[in-house]
Design a protein around this ligand. Structure first.
Ligand code: SF4
Ligand code: FES
Length: 179
C-alpha cells in the first residue's frame, strides 16, 4: 500500500522563502527551537540573522529539502518545483519526547480551533500549557514541565492560570523571536 502525498497547498504555511527551484515555508508559532535545521544546514538556517533562512547559500535544493524534513514540528515545509510533495511516513509514528511534546509523523489530519489541518509532521502539546494548541509551542521548556510528574499536566502555577489559555503568550519560547 502506498501513501497519497499531501498536496503542497495543504502543507505550506507561514512565511515563504523562494530561491531557484525551492520554496521553504516557516510557520513560526510551530517552532520549538530544537534546531535540527540549524545543525543540518547552518549556512542556510541562521537564526541570529535576517532573513534567518538564506537559501542562496546552498545550491543543492534537494539537500535543503532533506534538512527541512528533519524538522519534527512541521514548522518548516518545502516545495521542490516540479517534484512531488513530501510523502507521509508509513506507518504513522507517535513518539513522546521526555519532558516535551508528542512528535508524530504520518498522514495526519489534526483538528485545530481554525479547522482541520493536513500534516506529515507535527509536535502536539502534552503539558497542557501551549498557547497554540493542539500544537506544542515550546512552553513546556519555559515552565520546566516534567513528563513524569503526577497527573502529567502542567500545574496551575506553570500554566499561569488566571490568564486566557488559548492565545496565551509564551515569550521567548514561541514565535522564533521575530524571524
Ligand atoms: S522546530 Fe523546525 S524550524 Fe524550529 S528550530 Fe526545530 S527544526 Fe528548525
Ligand atoms: S508540550 Fe510543548 S508546550 Fe506543551
Amino acid at each position: 500500500m502506498t501513501q497519497n502525498p499531501v498536496p503542497h497547498d495543504d502543507l505550506l504555511r507561514g512565511k515563504a522563502y523562494t530561491e531557484g527551484e525551492i520554496t521553504v515555508t516557516y510557520d513560526a508559532p510551530r517552532c520549538t527551537h530544537v534546531a535540527n535545521c540549524v545543525r543540518g544546514l547552518p549556512s542556510v538556517f541562521r537564526p541570529k540573522e535576517r532573513p534567518w533562512i538564506q537559501l542562496w547559500n546552498e545550491t543543492d535544493a534537494a539537500r535543503v529539502a532533506e534538512v527541512v524534513r528533519t524538522c519534527p514540528t512541521g514548522a518548516l515545509h518545502y516545495a521542490l518545483h516540479g517534484a512531488p510533495p513530501e510523502a507521509p511516513a508509513m506507518p504513522t509514528t507517535v513518539m513522546p519526547v521526555k519532558d516535551g511534546p508528542l512528535v508524530m509523523r504520518g498522514d495526519l489530519v489534526i483538528q485545530t480551533p481554525a479547522g482541520e489541518v493536513r500534516e506529515v509532521r507535527a509536535a502536539l502539546c502534552r503539558c497542557g500549557a501551549s498557547g497554540n494548541k493542539p500544537f506544542c509551542d515550546g512552553t513546556h521548556a519555559k515552565i520546566g514541565w516534567k513528563s513524569d510528574q503526577p497527573g502529567g499536566q502542567a500545574t496551575p502555577d506553570q500554566r499561569g492560570d488566571g490568564q486566557p489559555e488559548e492565545g496565551q503568550q509564551a515569550d521567548g519560547a514561541r514565535g522564533a523571536e521575530g524571524r
